[in-house]
Write a protein that binds this ligand. Structure first.
Ligand code: PGA
Length: 256
């Protein structure tokens, strides 16, 4: 079967709400109608979600949708600073990134917490973009595949098959994020194939066939074509190159 490709841009902790307004406007205006079938997602910081929503709602023909970069699993209450899935839903978020290596490293996010976020999101009707990825040390020890498949099994623990349909996985080797270094497309594809097999074990072959798996880590207009050509890579999760409209749309064009 053919899976609809996806490009998701994560802006990380970049862009004030004012700066975000400008970038979203550029993306909406420069988006060309002749791009093929593709899901295009931007994930601004929480503080810019509202500006993005207003612009993209106004641009009725816009094909760009909104995602968040994180969520807290509780529905509401005394959790200072936290943002719930329902709050994201109300700002038109269709996707939410969870388990990014930066959250795991700097905010001590555990597999168990990622699993709780996955459940909270799917219950609210938001599709998780669930990230995994190994360090360089793990790759050099020949343990990349077992490491990332364990991460995914742990994060999906507790998610029933009825909720697994919308999940998107993102394979992001930590050593490739923001470094300009990437695995070869074949190496990335090998890991994505193993992730698909893991999903098959958990949810069956039909779900695994439909599962979209993104590659992330220094994807840019110069290397995107090679990743596109891989059978198990259905799109990209993009950091640096999502902060410039021209670069981001070049990636959209390549995958569409
Ligand atoms: P990068 O970030 O494209 O800047 O390497 C990717 C990511 O963290 O998702």
């Amino acid at each position: 079967m053919t899976r609809k490709p996806m490009i998701a841009g994560t802006w990380k902790m970049n862009m004030t709400a004012t700066e975000a307004t400008k970038l979203v406007q550029q993306l909406a205006y420069q988006y060309e109608d002749n791009y093929g079938e593709i899901d295009v997602v931007i994930c601004p910081p929480f503080t810019a979600l509202r500006s993005a929503q207003v612009i993209l709602d106004y641009e009725t023909k816009s094909k760009i949708c909104i995602g968040a970069q994180d969520v807290y699993w509780e529905p509401k209450g005394a959790f200072t600073g936290a943002i719930s899935a329902e709050m994201l839903k109300n700002l038109s978020c269709v996707y939410c990134i969870i388990g990014h290596s930066e959250r795991r490293e700097y905010f001590c996010e555990s597999d168990e917490q990622v699993a709780r976020k996955a459940v909270a999101l799917t219950e609210a009707g938001i599709a998780p973009i669930l990230c995994c990825g190994e360090t360089l040390e793990t790759r050099e020890a020949g343990e990349a595949i077992s490491f990332v498949t364990d991460q995914i099994r742990a994060a999906l623990d507790g998610l029933p098959a009825s909720q697994a349909g919308g999940i998107v996985l993102a394979y992001e080797p930590i050593w490739a994020i923001g470094t300009g270094r990437t695995p070869s497309p074949e190496q990335a594809d090998e890991v994505c194939a193993a992730l698909r097999d893991t999903f098959c074990d958990l949810y069956g072959s039909a779900a695994a066939e439909q599962l979209r798996i993104l590659y992330g880590g220094s994807m840019n207009p110069g290397n995107v074509e090679a990743f596109c050509a891989m059978p198990n890579i259905d799109g990209g999760l993009v950091g640096g190159a999502s902060l410039k409209a021209d670069d981001f749309l070049a990636l959209v064009k390549a995958f569409s």
